[in-house]
Design a protein around this ligand. Structure first.
Ligand code: MN
Length: 249
């Protein structure tokens, strides 16, 4: 059984190493990941230059592209055959609520889903290299379940793990996407040549405290598992949007 591992923090990240190690008991692990940090790349693909994949170890490839490039490359030629599972992570940092839309970690799993391989994204809610053990252990257990049971088509799982020791994690919850708040802030400064530059910043302001969300589960010490879909159609609002319609031509 073949498993593809990728991420957006780069192939040297401690998070991906912890994940690889844990998944090795389930099958033959191939790693195809960016050669440097590619966080916040969302679903970008590289179209206007060639991509290189460098084999840096047994079944480990560093690609000079985005997370989506890596998964696309892996599933359309680099791997000897189609893997049974794609796991992206373990990301250093949360992918909760609004983060999801910017996330390279989640997008690697989205790409797996688009190419019809069951896919999971895993993130550790920390900004440092906290121990990855709990996240890796949970990812391994969940991966085994998904290998056994599969996932509904067009669906991926987004997993976030609180940065707590194993004995303090209360369990896991099936959640929906919550709403995070950031101070939207772009800093304007002057460079050494006297020209203006801008740097996107924005401090974390917390999140909307709604039950059932990914943010709330983490806040309360649970692992969060959110099923996401690649079909972005908002079926709930069809009636409302119909009210906006007008005859045309
Ligand atoms: Mn990242």
């Amino acid at each position: 059984m073949m498993i593809l591992v990728s991420n957006d923090d780069g192939i040297q990240s401690e998070g991906i190493l912890a994940l690889e190690e844990k998944l090795q008991r389930l099958g033959e692990v191939y790693t195809v990941a960016p050669d440097r940090v590619q966080s916040s790349m969302s679903h970008a693909i590289t179209l206007h230059r060639p991509l290189r994949a460098k084999e840096i170890g047994p079944r480990r490839f560093a690609v000079d592209g985005t997370p989506t490039d890596c998964v696309k490359l892996a599933l359309t030629g680099l791997l000897p055959s189609k893997p049974a599972l794609v796991v992206s992570g373990i990301n250093i940092g949360p992918n909760l609520g609004d983060d999801i839309i910017y996330s390279g970690t989640v997008s690697a799993a989205v790409e797996g889903t688009l190419l019809e391989v069951p896919s999971i994204a895993v993130s550790l809610v920390t900004l440092r290299n906290s121990p990855f053990e709990v996240a890796a252990e949970f990812a391994g257990t969940l991966a085994a379940r998904v290998l056994e049971k599969g996932l509904p088509s067009g669906t991926l799982l987004n997993v976030n793990v609180p940065p707590l020791p194993a004995q303090e994690v209360k369990g896991w919850r099936l959640t929906r996407q919550g709403k995070r708040r950031y101070i939207e802030q772009v800093v304007e400064r002057i460079d050494p040549r006297g020209r203006k530059y801008y740097w996107i910043g924005g401090d974390d302001l917390g999140f909307d405290k709604e039950d059932g969300t990914d943010c709330m589960a983490i806040h309360e010490g649970y692992i969060s598992v959110t099923p996401l879909q690649v079909d972005m159609t908002n079926y709930r609002v069809f009636q409302e949007i119909k009210a906006l319609m007008f005859p045309w031509p």
